[in-house]
Unconditional design. Structure first.
Length: 268
């Protein structure tokens, strides 16, 4: 009669002797204890070991600001353990430099810190009592250096407007940078040919070229104004001689020499 499954016991399988099981369990415990000890030692070494102390602070992305200045602002002392480095405080210190637009920090195991910076890139100068650098986002970030002034100047901003109505001042700066973006690379009114952006609260913006020609563009619709100027040039207008060109009319651009007042030259 067949054996019941629960009554059957393989004849070739003997119970493991007790001493062997003890040795196996004890061995596993010893190995586990060694692994835990090693892991604990590694954690302790990372936490307090000299191998994880700061030996160097690297900086990258900076052109105008020296490595020495950035390391000083980060204020991470050699010998500080990596676990004690306050990256947030170091980054805040670096971003306090007027040329630094933003920064970030990272730990370089086992013994380094890296500070990555992005510097402001000036695109124009703001004329108040002094000249100030303005970047492509319209942020005024530093008083201008007399040795680096080859940028278009935004004039006509009343200092009282900046102090009393900062939102309006920011809007003017944003509009001015939009104009620079719209004219970038233009063969006649790009940044290489543009001397001044003259602002008037009632008339808007006037672009003053290096040739002396003044282009009255007003507010907004700068692309339309530049297209109108291009049509004027295509009709024979020479902007290399100083003219005042009103591009704000509905249908035509009107150009007149600055030293005379002849009949206007229309452009379709």
């Amino acid at each position: 009669m067949p054996l019941n499954r629960r009554d059957s016991t393989p004849l070739d399988h003997e119970p493991e002797p007790l001493p062997a099981r003890v040795r196996r369990v004890v061995g596993a415990g010893v190995i586990g204890g060694i692994a835990a000890t090693v892991a604990g030692l590694m954690v302790h070494e990372v936490a307090v070991g000299a191998a994880f102390e700061v030996h160097r602070v690297d900086v990258a992305g900076n052109v105008r600001v020296s490595d020495v200045a950035l390391r000083h602002l980060a204020d991470i002392r050699t010998g500080t353990h990596l676990a004690e480095v306050d990256l947030q405080q170091a980054v805040a210190g670096v971003q306090a430099h007027p040329w630094v637009a933003r920064a970030e920090g990272r730990l370089l195991f086992p013994s380094g810190v890296q500070i990555l910076v992005e510097e402001h890139q000036p695109v124009m100068l703001l004329a108040l009592e002094q000249l100030w650098y303005v970047d492509g986002s319209g942020s005024v970030f530093r008083q201008a250096d007399g040795a680096d002034l080859d940028y278009p100047v935004l004039s006509g901003m009343d200092p009282a407007l900046v102090s009393d109505h900062p939102d309006v001042a920011r809007a003017v700066l944003a509009e001015a940078t939009d104009i620079l973006d719209a004219t970038a690379g233009h063969p006649l009114v790009g940044a290489d040919h543009l001397s001044e952006l003259r602002f008037d609260a009632r008339a808007g913006f006037t672009l003053v070229l290096r040739s002396g020609t003044e282009l009255v563009v007003g507010f907004d619709e700068i692309d339309d104004r530049i297209e109108r100027f291009d049509r004027l040039v295509g009709a024979g207008f020479d902007p290399s001689a100083p003219h005042r060109v009103d591009l704000g009319g509905r249908r035509v651009a009107v150009a007149a020499p600055l030293d005379a007042a002849p009949p206007p030259v229309p452009a379709g």
